[in-house]
Design a protein around this ligand. Sequence first.
Ligand SMILES: NC(=O)c1ccc[n+]([C@@H]2O[C@H](COP(=O)([O-])OP(=O)(O)OC[C@H]3O[C@@H](n4cnc5c(N)ncnc54)[C@H](OP(=O)(O)O)[C@@H]3O)[C@@H](O)[C@H]2O)c1
Length: 302
Amino acid sequence: MAVSTDKSISTPGVLLTGASSQIGIFAIPKLVGAGFRVFAVSRKGKPPGYPDYKQVQWLNEASAMDLCQDCEYLLSAGPLNLAKKFLVAVDRLKTAIVFSSSSVETKQRSNDPVERQQVFDMLGLESDLQSRAENTGKKLLILRPTLIYGCGLDTNISRLASWVRRFGFIPVNGKATGLRQPVHADDLAQVAVAALHFKGVLPHTLSLGGGETLSYSDMAMRIFAAMEKPVRLVRLPEWLFISLLRFACRLRLISGVNPEMVKRQNANLVMDDKAARDLLDYDPRPFVPTVADFSLPALQNE
Ligand SMILES: NC(=O)c1ccc[n+]([C@@H]2O[C@H](COP(=O)([O-])OP(=O)(O)OC[C@H]3O[C@@H](n4cnc5c(N)ncnc54)[C@H](OP(=O)(O)O)[C@@H]3O)[C@@H](O)[C@H]2O)c1
């Protein structure tokens, strides 16, 4: 059954996939504020404690497929293959803004076969989305952000914050001079909503960095400041860090970290986001996190 109440004629509907993700939860109030009805797609449903907006309906994938055939907008803040399913199934979609990752550029030559495969899969999905959009006359923009943080759901910066809270130090690879551009999920949500409204021609992809470029060491130091803890970086030689990591992984004390990540602490992962700044007034904040950036935001009900 497609949604076709009188209200739906005047109020545009947007399908938001990955609605419970870090970008999704910041996007919802912005979409509501911009006058959209939001069909929030999630397997788990509304996160506990998240506000009840009357303009937002939380749906699982099957119900969204059924109810949202009239939607003209898609914002994907979750997996690319989920975005593809909706782009294929919802004929009326006219505009799709889809988050991918800057990893497709920065991890192409990783020595880790799993990472290379992930990049290969993501590029394949990006290209499928582009062809599908081109063949059906839909407007598609793929956004490639760098390291995301903002509400404790990421597995990079929030992981470091948890580590600081628990152990009071962060191990780093030597000088850890590799440049990073951490970006707040709220800034990504804002630029995505701006892109939904954009009337002109958009490029196929836009890179999105944060408001500041800083070394991995400096980024780690700001996390101590956010947690109001004294800075304790333990600088290890690369071989020792990797040996300890392998040992900890074997004992299942740590997961989701690999030697390539350690090596990359001395590599620059920097994207040029001038096009997004020029076209969409993208103006991300500098990296000055506070403890509030590591838990769900206290959003107000509309
Ligand atoms: N994390 C980063 O630092 C980072 C950096 C750059 C780019 N990105 C990109 O940004 C996008 C969002 O990434 P993310 O890390 O915030 O979130 P994510 O892990 O991609 O997941 C977002 C949400 O999508 C839903 N989801 C996950 N797997 C699913 C599946 N197999 N089928 C259906 N739903 C699924 C989950 O919500 P439910 O369980 O509620 O359904 C989850 O909360 C992705 O395209 C990612 O590549 C992430």
